[in-house]
Design a protein around this ligand. Structure first.
Ligand code: ZN
Length: 105
């Protein structure tokens, strides 16, 4: 399951604790997920437009157990939906730092 033959080599699992569902996505080399990927996670984990869980609900973790969160980034000139999401990893001293994909393979 963890083996990937892609350029990035890193997939993460995003969960909705609300539905007890999960979905794997491949992190881009710059440590981000695209809005399209997040949309797929929301659809597969939840799929209900009226649901408050948003498809990504509860604490999220890497396979190695480190906690992660997603930080939305808006592209220039847009003010509606985020265009990308930066994956932030909680380090041992409690700081949130961008996920470095290269170190994960
Ligand atoms: Zn839901």
């Amino acid at each position: 399951m963890t083996k990937q033959s892609t350029a990035t080599g890193l997939a993460i699992t995003l969960r909705s604790q609300f539905h007890n569902t999960s979905c794997r996505v491949r992190v881009h080399a710059d440590g981000t997920l695209s809005a399209r990927q997040i949309a797929r996670v929301r659809r597969e984990n939840c799929g209900q437009s009226y649901c408050e869980c948003g498809g990504i609900h509860g604490p999220q973790y890497l396979n190695d157990g480190r906690k992660i969160m997603l930080e939305p980034r808006w592209g220039a000139g847009t003010n509606d939906a985020p265009s990308r999401y930066v994956v932030l990893v909680r380090s041992g001293d409690g700081d949130w730092q961008p996920l470095r994909v290269a170190e994960q393979s």
